[in-house]
Ligand binder design. Structure first.
Ligand code: SF4
Ligand code: SF4
Length: 475
């Protein structure tokens, strides 16, 4: 990002400060009250940029990763199958998907209880994309003060080309984001070729345009409004916080009384604390708040104000850390406690959920069978005088290769299988197979006998056996 001047003389800096309405009190839906975020360099901003790069690269490259003859991550809605590398989740396995969402939720609760809203500040797509858009804004319109002046100026050729270039770059990023997002649902190669040659379906064009507008609107215009007014996480995160949760906090005991001074002046003689009231912590804040007013739900823990204040402290020759990642207990001088019941509780649930998920994914059956009894008659006597029950079998081959299956029945003595006992099913196909089972009535000890329909196969060199319990009527 383009860096603004780093004033050594803060009385000079005060002179170039341009008045903006107090963003924390102003109507955020009024475009006149938009926040002009000042770029800052520092430890946390660097970390946020690096994490943004990782998140962005992951998002952009994942749909291009092959896995066999398909995309590694592919949510195939038309076939109702979700492929995640070697794992294929069918509608019948949706509990696995639900478990995955629960793991993500408890992971977030655990991290939030310990580290506060670091998800929001460092990896949330809203934050990552907003900072990408701000980067383009800076490139074309200049640093914060220049942007404020540009917006106040009448239209000119200079203003026109800068605004056009900025919005064009935003639209290109939004379009790339939208096509990438859609390529998680439609194979990426096919999607890009069809999209460029104008052969894609109307549905695909609709979703790409929809997500382009959504990205452009959210990261370009809505920005902090999304975080403050629309994101449900911002609302319920307070329930996860306690006095040992890491927050971004201002050490008011050290900072107050705030006030301007030069490097050479002794603040103690002037009756001042370490805050020189330079306003930089407010100018760099993407949600436009003043952290010196205490913990506010608008704060996304991005650490930009820490970097701004640390830079100021360094220039003044003071100790860093007037604003820092801290906890309420630390600020009040109370002993910090890492292990506490809420954190342990989330950790235990998270560990159990992860272990269950690993077990369930490792033991996921590669074939599924449903046995449906004939509803028209419970049983009948056939030509040989045997008691016969009819069933419809629905067999789903959940693998990605054709498979051969053997069918049999257990639980009846000398049972006769009427219908094919050896079937082959294409990858991902469901075979509907009507079959009958007959038995000499002498062999039936009771009116209703519990039986198992068994399916066996050898899949990838491993024996597979599935049994489905049902009832045999007669006798
Ligand atoms: S107060 Fe600081 S940490 Fe919180 S959102 Fe603003 S800049 Fe980020
Ligand atoms: S807290 Fe730090 S950055 Fe904010 S006004 Fe005071 S000295 Fe400046």
């Amino acid at each position: 990002m383009t860096k603004e001047s780093n004033p050594k003389d803060f009385s000079k800096h005060q002179r170039i400060k341009i008045h903006q309405p107090d963003a924390s009190k102003a109507d955020r839906f009024n475009p006149r009250n938009r926040i002009y975020v000042r770029a800052i360099d520092g430890l946390w901003s660097k970390l946020r940029r690096q994490m943004g790069w990782v998140a962005m690269s992951f998002f952009l490259l994942l749909p291009w990763l092959p896995w066999g003859d398909r995309q590694a991550v592919w949510f195939d809605l038309s076939q109702q199958k979700f492929h995640v590398f070697g794992l294929t989740i069918w509608p019948q396995d949706l509990t696995l998907l639900a478990a995955l969402f629960m793991i993500a939720a408890f992971g977030l609760f655990f991290v939030t209880t310990y580290l506060g809203r670091v998800w929001c500040g460092y990896t949330c797509p809203q934050t990552v994309w907003t900072f990408i858009f701000i980067w383009f804004e800076e490139k074309f319109e200049g640093a914060r003060n220049k942007r404020i002046k540009l917006d106040q100026m009448p239209w000119s050729f200079d203003k026109l080309w800068r605004k056009t270039a900025k919005h064009t770059s935003w639209i290109v990023v939004s379009l790339l984001t939208a096509t990438t997002f859609v390529s998680y649902f439609v194979p990426s190669r096919e999607l890009y070729i069809d999209f460029i040659t104008l052969n894609a379906s109307g549905g695909i064009y609709f979703w790409i345009i929809f997500f382009t507008i959504a990205t452009y609107g959210n990261a370009g215009w809505m920005r902090e409004i999304m975080c403050i007014h629309m994101c449900p996480y911002a609302r319920f995160q307070a329930a996860m916080f306690d006095k040992n949760t890491y927050i971004v906090g201002y050490d008011s005991a050290r900072g107050e009384t705030r006030g301007p001074r030069t490097r050479k002046q002794d603040p103690k003689e002037m009756g001042l604390g370490d805050c020189i009231d330079c306003d930089l912590c407010v100018q760099v804040c993407p949600t436009g708040i003043d952290i010196r007013n205490g913990l506010q739900y608008e704060c996304i823990n991005c650490g930009a104000c820490i970097d701004a204040c640390d830079n100021t402290m360094e220039r003044m020759g003071y100790d860093k850390g007037l604003i820092s990642y801290t906890t309420e207990n630390k600020l009040e001088g109370v002993q910090q406690k890492v292990l506490r019941p809420k954190l342990i509780g989330y950790g235990v649930v998270l560990t159990i959920m992860v272990m269950l998920f690993i077990y369930a994914s490792a033991t996921i059956a590669p074939v599924r069978m449903d046995v449906i009894r004939d509803r028209n008659s419970l049983f009948r006597e056939n030509n040989q005088g045997n008691t016969e029950n009819t069933f419809t079998l629905k067999i789903l081959n959940k693998t990605e290769q054709p498979q051969e299956y053997e069918l049999s029945v257990e639980g009846l003595t000398n049972a006769q299988w009427i219908g094919p006992q050896h079937v082959s099913i294409e990858a991902g196909e469901v075979l509907t197979l009507p079959v009958s089972i007959a038995v000499d009535p002498i062999e039936l000890k009771r009116t209703i006998t519990k039986i198992d329909i068994k399916i066996t196969a050898e899949i990838d060199g491993n024996p597979v056996e599935i049994k489905q319990e049902t009832r045999f009527f007669g006798g």
